[in-house]
Write a protein that binds this ligand. Structure first.
Ligand SMILES: Cc1cc2nc3c(=O)[nH]c(=O)nc-3n(C[C@H](O)[C@H](O)[C@H](O)COP(=O)(O)OP(=O)(O)OC[C@H]3O[C@@H](n4cnc5c(N)ncnc54)[C@H](O)[C@@H]3O)c2cc1C
Length: 468
């Protein structure tokens, strides 16, 4: 037997809405308990821990799989007319408790919005929100193209999820984050209105569609995205460098980024260098690609002062780069395991790095805390921390680590998140990050969703959520 931590408060209302939903969706509506459990959580490790203890984080009353923009609009109109909460799911690979159906109601899976259409003349691809990244890349690669948006979760995340979380890929240093490759979007608002952004190379005035980029399901459903694609690069050059300290490697990366942006740049601290490459020291890996790759690598080899290690560490990393098994490997062993990513300027980078590591290590129960720098800009970088710990009170330990890390990030001038998003996990600190814009954000939510049906109790407000 299982226990549901957050019981639905909308079962009766959903039952009333079922006949109307069935008329629109037929078999693409499920009230089967197996489907409802499948959509009870995202990839946050705390949820996995609960499930292993026989506790279901939250149980929606129905799961729907609309297959067109019109069906999405109908589902939202029905949910709105019954004032029933609606939670949006793409691949469910989000790690920040962003779509847990705390209030019950309906989960809308985007997985049937799966069309792909390529426009070779414009170098664009229009992909349904539910297209999984790995499939999109496969289709593009077969025609000689790529998005070069390559998150570690490529094979378990969707196009809609990337847009909704403002995601970032492993080659963002050269090609930009998801917001840099979006041309247009089709969205359905919480009142069921379909809105399509015009597809043009560039427009003046406010970029209104961008409020959907990073919206985490709060302002409606993203149904498709038109994205810029590129030709697959023919040449690639790789090199790894060894440093005695993180300080030296980060300083070298700053010098490089302010002259040239490689496709791949990562710096692993001593713990991660030992774990990944069995090398004593700090390792930086670099990859450049395209027509001028050879010249770029020559330049990099003169610019970076670290000891050259050859290609091997880069190849080891490339081999492992889509491995997402850590959480499901460690959590069943009773180890709490998670990652925390923040961005900051170069000026305070090493202070942020040291202070967050110290804060995490200061929480009783922590077994290890390590870090790599994963995304780079001319003005700063993203630090990606990994922690693991054990405690009799696993939830208390987990929340204490996040509390310590987020407070330190805010204190030291770093962001709350670089690419995973806010979700329920970081919601309580958002006001401090948004400052005066927080009230605009709340007003926008009210404007779009006056009944607060979308992703209720996640980023904005903690309705139905226990313990907050
Ligand atoms: C091991 C691992 C590695 C990861 N690596 C990366 C990485 O390299 N880079 C990165 O950016 N992220 C990474 N992530 C996080 C996650 O994969 C991303 O946040 C991803 O963009 C989520 O996509 P998804 O389709 O799984 O979305 P979901 O998890 O289903 O949803 C995430 C959020 O977006 C909302 N949402 C989803 N689809 C829509 C839609 N169509 N319309 C409106 N709202 C929607 C949901 O309601 C929720 O709030 C990683 C996660 C794991 C577990």
């Amino acid at each position: 037997m299982y226990q549901v931590i957050h019981e639905s408060k909308y079962s009766e209302k959903v039952r009333e809405a079922i006949p109307e939903l069935k008329k629109v969706l037929g078999k693409r509506l499920s009230v089967d308990v197996a489907d409802r459990i499948a959509y009870c959580k995202d990839y946050n490790p705390l949820h996995l821990r609960h499930l292993l203890n026989g506790k279901i984080p939250a149980l929606p009353d129905a799961v729907v799989f609309p297959a067109s923009v019109e069906e999405v609009a109908e589902v939202i109109r029905i949910a709105n007319s019954y004032s029933v909460p609606l939670y949006v799911f793409g691949g469910g690979s989000g790690v920040i408790d962003g779509s847990t159906p705390y209030c019950g109601g309906i989960v809308l899976s985007t997985l049937s919005l799966d069309e792909i259409s390529i426009d070779e003349e414009r170098m664009q691809v229009k992909a349904g929100a539910g297209v999984v990244g790995g499939k999109l890349e496969y289709v593009l690669n077969h025609k000689g193209y790529t998005l070069r948006h390559s998150p570690q979760s490529l094979y378990c995340s969707t196009v809609g999820g990337w847009v909704a979380t403002r995601a970032s890929g492993q080659f963002s240093t050269r090609y930009g984050n998801i917001e840099d490759i979006i041309v247009s979007l089709t969205v359905v608002t919480p009142s069921g209105e379909v809105i399509e952004a015009k597809n043009l190379p560039r427009k003046a005035s406010i970029d209104i569609k961008s409020i959907y980029i990073g919206s985490e399901g709060l302002f409606g459903v993203i149904c498709d995205a038109t994205l810029r694609m590129r030709k697959l690069p023919e040449k690639q050059y790789k090199m790894a460098f060894r440093y005695d300290s993180m300080d030296d490697a980060v300083e070298d990366a700053r010098n490089l980024m302010q002259s040239l942006k490689p496709a791949l740049l990562r710096i692993f601290d001593k713990l991660e260098t030992m774990k990944n490459f069995s090398i004593d020291g700090v390792v930086t890996i670099v990859m450049v690609e395209g027509e001028s790759a050879e010249r770029e690598m020559e330049f990099i080899e003169t610019k970076l002062k670290g000891e050259k290690l050859g290609e091997k560490p880069v190849e080891i990393w490339l081999e492992e780069r889509f491995n997402v098994s850590d959480i499901s490997r460690f959590v069943p062993m009773g180890i709490i395991f998670d990652t925390i990513e923040v961005s900051c300027f170069w000026k305070n980078a090493m202070d942020v790095y040291r202070s967050i590591l110290k804060a995490i290590r200061g929480v009783e129960g922590t077994l290890l805390a390590s870090c790599h720098a994963s995304h780079f800009y001319e003005d700063g970088l993203c630090f990606y921390f990994t922690f693991a710990g054990v405690s009799g009170d696993y939830e208390g330990y987990y929340r204490s680590v996040w509390e310590a890390a987020m407070k330190t990030a805010l204190l030291k001038g770093a962001s709350l998140s670089h690419h995973h998003g806010i979700g329920g996990l970081r919601a309580k600190w958002l006001k401090e990050e948004f400052l005066g814009f927080y009230s605009i954000f709340r007003d926008l939510k009210m404007f779009f969703d006056s009944k607060n049906i979308m992703n209720r109790g996640t980023v904005l407000g903690n309705e139905c959520r226990k313990g907050d």
